[in-house]
Design a protein around this ligand. Structure first.
Ligand SMILES: [Zn+2]
Length: 477
């Protein structure tokens, strides 16, 4: 597909697996911001250049639709990560076909994933830009620098032009499952919180919390527990928030996320977090609490859907008491059975994040065209699953999956629960490893997928499209 301005037109050109940028202009000056070889093309000039950061920036300067936008201006949004940098066209095609009314976040990666794959935030942005150009997407997109835990992570995202910052103080959430007393609150960072335990207790004394479907009497013990569990996380969230606000040279939007912790966020704890963050001057458009159990990578929801509905309704009701921010669902891929209820319970004021599911689509292409590469990835993923599962909510049993793939239907394998989760979790170790020949798995993976990009785009578009339809319906499209 081609994007056009008055001065030039651009597209991504494929020569087998080798991609390049083509920019055509009547006036040679219009090509000056781009790097590459210029040759005459009829009356016009054609530049052929690399998919470099310089060219991505030049494209963003030329085409407004290639600059990320604030998704907070839309009520319903879905983010799709892209671990390999070739899924953008399929994701954009999914939004075009099934995502009417849903704002896409097409540049999205957590700092953890970037580090695991050795990618910079700017690489993630560049790949999104080239993917959107390849798709000819003009519907706008958001860019989410996800799960940031350090000010340095914020700097990286700002530098690369991200506009959405998901601040994650999860490492500062305390385990209170053994019970806590007021004495445990003594070590909280009260200076940073500009507060004391007495003032905290007074702020929430005799509160009755309305969560839509029920009312909750808040006890002093609830307040102490919330403060001990989340007090240090509030201080950390504010530290990150202030850093982002002080250093941003363009308009940005904030999500706070505590979803990657082991302990559920109770309704009062959500209320406490929102109250404290607001008291300390933060504003945000999206919040990800830790929900009820059942969100696992790559699988449909495994918990009780009615419990989740009541959970989401309450979180949504609390957000409304603070002016209305959206409830953010992470690890959201492949949860087809619950999307309609997620939209209903939040009245469409919701953000869904998927990250690894597009990688599984790429694996289907690998399995079809390079079974030897797939077998190596399978072996590495299976071996690394046991060690990697500590950092995820996962339940796959590797002993239920085949050790050798002879005679195995690979597409069926990739779509089966255990294997899906193992492959989902094992991407980092796989892509960073080498084949027995010494060849980089990452390089060969990209080459095979790029050589079959049309097929890959179709697989991604179909799979992501299934995610979007219920959100589009809820967005009133
Ligand atoms: Zn998350």
């Amino acid at each position: 597909m081609t994007l056009r301005t008055d001065a030039l037109e651009a597209d991504i050109h494929y020569d087998g697996a080798v991609r390049s940028l083509h920019v055509r202009a009547a006036a040679a000056d219009a090509l000056a911001p781009f790097e590459g070889e210029i040759r005459p093309d009829g009356e016009a000039h054609l530049l052929e250049g690399p998919l470099s950061t310089a060219n991505a920036k030049a494209l963003q300067d030329a085409f407004e639709v290639l600059r990320p936008q604030l998704i907070s201006r839309h009520r319903t949004s879905v983010g799709t990560g892209d671990r390999i940098g070739l899924a953008g066209p399929g994701q954009a095609a999914a939004f075009a076909a099934h995502g009417q009314g849903v704002m896409p976040v097409l540049a999205q990666q957590s700092i953890r994933e970037m580090d695991r794959l050795g990618r910079s935030a700017r690489t993630v942005m560049d790949e999104a830009v080239f993917g959107l150009l390849e798709a000819g997407w003009e519907g706008g997109f958001g860019a989410d620098c996800d799960h940031i835990k350090t000010t340095e992570g914020i700097d990286r995202g700002l530098e690369a032009g991200f506009v959405m910052f998901t601040l994650d103080p999860g490492d500062h959430v305390a385990d209170v499952t053994g019970g806590v007393t007021a004495a445990d609150a003594a070590s909280l960072p009260w200076d940073a919180l500009e507060d004391t335990l007495e003032q905290t207790l007074a702020r929430y004394a005799d509160l009755t919390l309305d969560v839509g479907h029920s009312r909750i009497e808040v006890t002093e013990q609830d307040v102490i527990t919330a403060a001990v569990k989340y007090g240090a996380a509030v201080a950390e969230a504010i530290r990150l928030y202030r850093h982002a606000m002080e250093n941003a040279r363009h308009e940005i939007e904030i999500e706070f996320a505590v979803d990657e912790t082991a302990w559920l966020t109770t309704f009062f704890e959500h209320f406490y977090l929102a109250t404290e963050l607001k008291r300390l001057g933060a504003s945000w458009f999206s919040f990800a609490p830790r929900y009820v159990d059942g969100f696992e990578k790559g699988l449909d929801f495994l918990g009780d859907p009615e419990e989740l509905r009541r959970n989401l309704e309450a979180h949504h009701a609390i957000s409304e008491q603070f002016g209305g921010y959206r409830i953010s669902l992470h690890s959201g891929s492949d949860k087809f059975s619950i999307y309609p209820l997620c939209v209903e319970a939040t009245q469409g004021h919701v953000h869904l994040k998927t990250s690894g599911t597009s990688y599984l689509c790429a694996l289907e292409v690998i399995a079809a065209h390079d079974p030897e590469l797939f077998a190596t990835i399978w072996e590495i993923s299976r071996a690394s699953y046991v060690k990697a599962r500590a950092s995820y909510q996962v339940s796959a049993h590797e002993d239920r999956t085949p050790t050798t793939l002879e005679g195995v239907d690979l597409t069926e394998l990739i779509r089966s629960d255990d294997a899906r989760q193992i492959l989902h979790v094992g991407y980092g170790d796989s892509l960073n490893a080498a084949l027995p020949s010494g060849e980089s798995i990452h390089d060969r993976f990209l080459r095979v997928v790029a050589a079959h990009q049309e097929e890959h785009t179709a697989v991604v578009a179909e799979h992501i499209g299934r995610h979007l339809a219920p959100f589009s319906a809820g967005a009133g499209a």
